[in-house]
Design a protein around this ligand. Structure first.
Ligand code: ADP
Length: 595
């Protein structure tokens, strides 16, 4: 924790230089060859540009004033060669820098994705997923831009600028001095602009992620949106957000482009006055015009790199804002590390025991001194009204969250003292909402255990009553599912997620039964698949169906974060004053099979 806090402080407090140093430290060495090549190309670009300015004096004085016909072809050939060299060198540096840039983006994307995997479920609970997505996709480019802007600008523009400045001073020291005096006030104005821009850019990224988030939420909850006829309200809300984002983007445009009128006005004034001075000097004092033309050519050529250098800070600021957000994400410590003395979990009976477990997501206590035992190989059903804390109990077993006090034991080992990897390997989880990932049906089942053979995958699918409908798909087990794949019914998705749990061959099964209405046939198939998954395992199930509860070996009845009753269906149903008996009686008249 200590070191990450320190790291964070250096990055965020030290604005450009801090982030720049870190980016260079992390990426510079790996690409040193590529950068060396790009920089040598840039040196060629700078020198050939300066050469074209310098040679103007020779052209004007030798070819035009002194009429040296013998010099013409040498001069023209050298100009031609300078242009060709510049063309190839520009190409070389652009390709080299792009390749490095693309590689940097790819590396950070991989690194971020791997890092996101290590963050706890609690992190995702707090952070809005759209915000994270916006950070990753928009901001990785920031790191590439920082690197390339620094290299391109310092090497190409600065070198070109210095070389041209050299030509200017060499050809006309007095005029050069005038330029030096006029330039600083302009640069000062540009600095001011860049400060304003930084603030606005940060706001814009936040606004954009709100827009993304609002859209994503609507898409995910479209059924609710329509059922409650929230369309009008949501459209109004989004319009407002989009409007704000648009305004902000316009402000960024105004601020970042505002230096154009400033620099153009300055340049116009400078060029006009220098021309006047030189023309008078040539007319009245007979000074040969060659040096002057060379000077003006250098000045005009220096304008572009100078303008880019002036913009450099503005662009760097923008890129650094993006890059810093990436580092904020990368610097987040995975909050639940394994303890230093953590051992692998050794499962024999797979007996789970909660001992005085209390837990809170934030300030409000959710579980209060929860104690119960889920015997090895038996089914324990969690029953109780909504909000009683049943899902929370399930969340604590894989250590998605850690208890505030109390302990959870599996076969006598406190799970706080075992490695999370080994703990989760012993667990299979079937959620209420079956989730399928991008990929084929086979891959989706195999996520349960990556080393499972095709035969094992099919065996699991058969046990989950999924084999037949899988074969009926166009490509059988190789049919794509997920966002871009075929549409499966709720029951079919459930059975695939049960197959995924079965192929895992884990001794403990955590199950949140689906409450969503499946058709009777599908429901029966899912039930059979579940029965198959539950045999021979320690099952902790959030029971929504009466049939599950009735057959459970044991029920743990929960209310407001406490265990209020324990026992099996027969004993609890008989207790007339008990919560379970009341729930049970409530269910019966409706002849419903679910809570
Ligand atoms: P059940 O599964 O019995 O319906 P839960 O365990 O889902 O109950 O919820 C218990 C309480 O914890 C509820 O008051 C709920 O609002 C709160 N809660 C559940 N999940 C979270 C979460 N991820 N973050 C904050 N509070 C939560």
């Amino acid at each position: 924790m200590e070191s990450s806090a320190n790291k964070k402080r250096t990055v965020s407090s030290d604005t450009i230089t801090g982030v720049l140093k870190r980016i260079i430290a992390e990426n510079g060495r790996d690409h040193i060859g590529g950068y060396a090549f790009a920089i040598s190309c840039l040196v060629v670009v700078a020198l050939s540009t300066a050469f074209t300015a310098w040679i103007m004096k020779v052209i004007i004085d030798e070819a035009f004033a002194n009429r040296r016909a013998d010099m013409v072809w040498i001069i023209c050939l050298s100009i031609f060669i300078a242009f060709v060299l510049r063309g190839f060198a520009s190409y070389g540096q652009a390709v080299a820098l792009s390749r490095i840039g693309n590689n940097i983006v790819a590396r950070y994307q991989r690194r971020l994705y791997a890092h996101l995997m290590t963050l706890s479920v609690g992190f995702y609970n707090e952070a809005r997923s759209a915000h994270i997505a916006a950070q990753v996709s928009q901001n990785v480019g920031g790191i590439r831009d920082v690197m390339n802007l620094t290299i391109t600008s310092t090497a190409r523009d600065l070198l070109t600028f210095i070389a041209l400045l050299g030509v200017m001073v060499f050809q006309d020291p007095l005029l050069s001095l005038a330029v030096f005096i006029l330039a600083p006030p302009l640069l000062y104005g540009l600095r001011y602009l860049s400060k304003r821009l930084r603030q606005v850019t940060r706001e814009a990224i936040h606004l954009n992620s709100h827009v993304l988030g609002a859209m994503q939420e609507t898409i995910q909850g479209i059924a609710i949106v329509k059922a409650f006829t929230m369309e009008g309200e949501l459209v109004r809300k989004l319009n407002k957000l989009v409007g704000a984002a648009e305004n902000r983007a316009n402000r960024i445009a105004r601020l970042s482009e505002r230096n154009a009128p400033m620099t153009e006005t300055f340049a116009g004034f400078a060029v006009a006055s220098i021309l006047a001075y030189a023309a008078y000097r040539s007319i009245y004092h007979n000074v040969p015009p060659g040096a002057f033309f060379s000077f003006v050519t250098a000045l005009l050529l220096a304008y572009d790199p100078a303008r880019r250098l002036a913009r450099l800070q503005v662009q760097l600021e923008r890129a650094v804002v993006n890059a810093r957000m990436i580092y904020e994400l990368l610097d987040m410590e995975p909050r639940q590390r394994d303890l230093p003395d953590a051992k692998p979990l050794n499962v024999t009976d797979a007996r789970i025991e909660f001992r005085d477990v209390s837990f809170a997501y934030s300030a409000d206590p959710i579980l209060n001194n929860v104690s119960f035992v889920a015997e090895g190989g038996k089914t324990t059903a969690l029953v109780g009204p909504s909000g009683a804390g049943k899902s929370t109990v399930i969340n604590l077993i894989p250590r998605f969250f850690d208890p505030k006090s109390g302990q959870i034991f599996i076969d006598g080992q406190d799970i706080a003292h075992v490695t999370k990897q080994s703990l989760r390997q012993q667990l299979a989880y079937v959620s209420q909402q079956p989730y399928l990932f991008e990929g084929t049906i086979r891959e989706n089942i195999r996520y349960g255990r990556p080393e499972a053979t095709d035969a094992e995958v099919e065996e699991a699918a058969r046990l989950a009553y999924a084999h037949e409908f899988i074969l009926a798909q166009s490509n059988g087990y190789d049919t794509p599912v997920g966002e871009n794949g075929v549409t499966l019914s709720g029951g079919q998705r459930q059975r695939l997620s049960i197959a995924r749990a079965l192929v895992r061959k884990a001794p403990i099964l955590l199950l949140d039964e689906a409450t969503s209405a499946l058709d009777t046939e599908s429901e029966a198939a899912v039930q059979r698949a579940l029965d198959e998954a539950m045999t021979g395992r320690t099952v902790v199930v959030i029971a929504h169906r009466l049939s599950t509860v009735v057959r459970a070996d044991k029920m743990v009845v929960m209310q407001q974060g406490r265990v209020v009753e324990e026992g099996n269906h027969e004993t609890l149903a008989k207790r007339n004053d008990g919560l379970y008996a009341r729930l049970n009686n409530l269910q019966r008249p409706a002849a419903s099979d679910s809570f």
